[in-house]
Design a protein around this ligand. Structure first.
Ligand SMILES: C[S@@+](CC[C@H](N)C(=O)[O-])C[C@H]1O[C@@H](n2cnc3c(N)ncnc32)[C@H](O)[C@@H]1O
Length: 418
């Protein structure tokens, strides 16, 4: 484990520029409102109240108050970020999902200090915030920074979030801030009736931060949002598997596989180097219009759904047409695959049409199927939201909502579309 070089408070970061801090804080609030990350006056007040720069003393003020800036505090031996102060936009968005009210008891899993301070503002004097992290270095940092910013009342504990914090339960809210693959029993057991869990959860390779309400014995999502998070460590660790189809250094192309997903890698590697077929769907999307729900739809309906990953150089070399750090929706069978792409509809590049590129002996059929599902999403689900639920393990199929069932270690997750 390699902590990011620890710098103590840089001289120009000390709280000796209150006017600049106030200006940047106001600017951040305004931006988060525009991005709809802040919606309620409660979250707005909390963001305004907590001096974010005191929790990222290593970075310049402008960055500390940038909506999308996350500060990595630790990487593992492979260079993968495993701890960070999350971006303010994501934190505000998750706090809105959580709906934290004064007097609540909240468990935060994953501690950077700043988010716990926001929670402390939201629960007020009568509430309680318990923040746990698996990593002692992370806790040391939070133990230093929270009191220095005036937040002495947050309880910080070293623990594996898989097991919650039984000695402090029950909680009205559990906010998980590392990428989870499952919902372990402890989270549900330690929730008050009517409590809520907010968790970045991976489903068939796609991560969404989901606000789950406890309804009888199962969890029902009230909201979900696109996000990216550092991976969960400890007993609940479950990382995706990367299968390379092209391994020339710097221009790698691969498939990222999640639970139950398998591919015939040698056959697909051969397919990649065969000429591609293409289909255009007639479905368009604006340059700044999010379409993460399209991918969730494709992951729901396509049995052979996987994610294509590629280095930017692979696109420059013409090996693939689409590159995304989150992976590109792909349909694979035993020897062929087809993936989603876009092309601009005009020189202004303001509107793009979804299409599909396919490789391999069955490329035509796969490309047709993927393009057809893009059209179905556009026609029937573009304005809608998926219904995501998490049921106890033994729940029989006929008691689950119709749709995709994803069996995890502790829960049966379902994605259905009204
Ligand atoms: C994105 S960072 C912290 C985010 C912080 N809550 C914030 O909003 O800035 C995620 C943290 O989760 C911690 N973590 C990972 N797996 C964990 C586990 N099983 N139990 C507790 N903490 C864990 C990591 O050590 C890391 O510090």
């Amino acid at each position: 484990m390699v902590p990011t070089p620890a710098a103590d408070v840089a001289p120009d970061q000390e709280d000796d520029r209150p006017e600049e801090v106030a200006r940047l804080s106001e600017q951040l609030v305004r931006e988060l409102r525009e991005l709809k990350a802040i919606v309620t006056p409660e979250v707005e007040r909390a963001v305004r109240a907590v001096p974010r720069h005191l929790f990222v003393p290593e970075v310049p003020l402008e960055k500390a108050y940038a909506a999308e800036h996350h500060y990595v505090t630790k990487k593992d031996e492979h260079g993968v970020s495993i701890s960070s102060v999350s971006a303010a936009r994501v934190q505000a968005m998750m706090l809105e999902q959580a709906g934290v009210r004064p007097g609540m008891r909240v468990l935060e899993i994953g501690s950077s200090g700043y988010n716990a301070a926001l929670l402390a503002e939201l629960v007020g004097q009568d509430g309680e915030v318990i923040s746990i992290d698996i990593d002692p270095d992370v806790l040391d940092r939070a133990r230093r920074l929270l009191p220095a910013a005036g937040y002495d009342d947050v309880t910080l504990l070293q623990a594996d979030g898989e097991f919650g914090a039984p000695q402090h339960a029950p909680f009205d809210r559990i906010i998980v801030t590392a990428g989870a693959w499952d919902i372990p029993p402890a989270w549900v057991d330690q929730l008050t009736p009517g409590g809520r869990i907010v968790v970045p959860l991976r489903m068939r390779g796609l991560t969404r931060t989901i606000a789950f309400d406890l309804v009888d014995d199962h969890l029902v999502a009230r909201d979900y949002q696109l996000c990216g998070f550092v991976p969960m460590q400890g007993a609940g660790e479950n990382r995706t598997q990367l299968v390379l189809l092209h391994d020339t250094e710097g221009e790698e192309v691969g498939l990222r596989l999640d639970e139950g997903q398998q591919v015939n890698a040698p056959a697909l590697a051969r397919a990649l180097h065969q000429p591609r077929v293409e289909r255009w769907s007639g479905v368009t999307v604006g340059g700044f219009e999010p379409f993460d729900n399209l991918d969730l739809w494709l992951a729901t309906v396509l049995d052979g759904f996987v994610l294509l990953t590629a280095k930017p150089l692979a696109r420059e070399r013409g090996l693939v047409a689409s590159v995304s750090p989150l992976g590109v929706a792909t349909l694979a069978d035993d020897g062929s695959f087809a993936y989603r792409t876009v092309r601009p509809t005009s020189e202004e590049r303001t509107l793009f049409e979804f299409g599909v590129y396919g490789h391999g002996p069955n490329a035509d059929a796969l490309a047709d199927r993927l393009a057809e599902q893009i059209r179905i999403w556009d026609r029937d689900h573009r304005q809608g939201q998926a219904r995501i639920e998490a049921h106890p393990l033994g729940t029989p199929n006929d008691q689950l909502p119709a749709g995709r069932v994803i069996d995890k270690r502790h829960r049966r997750l379902t994605i259905s579309w009204p």
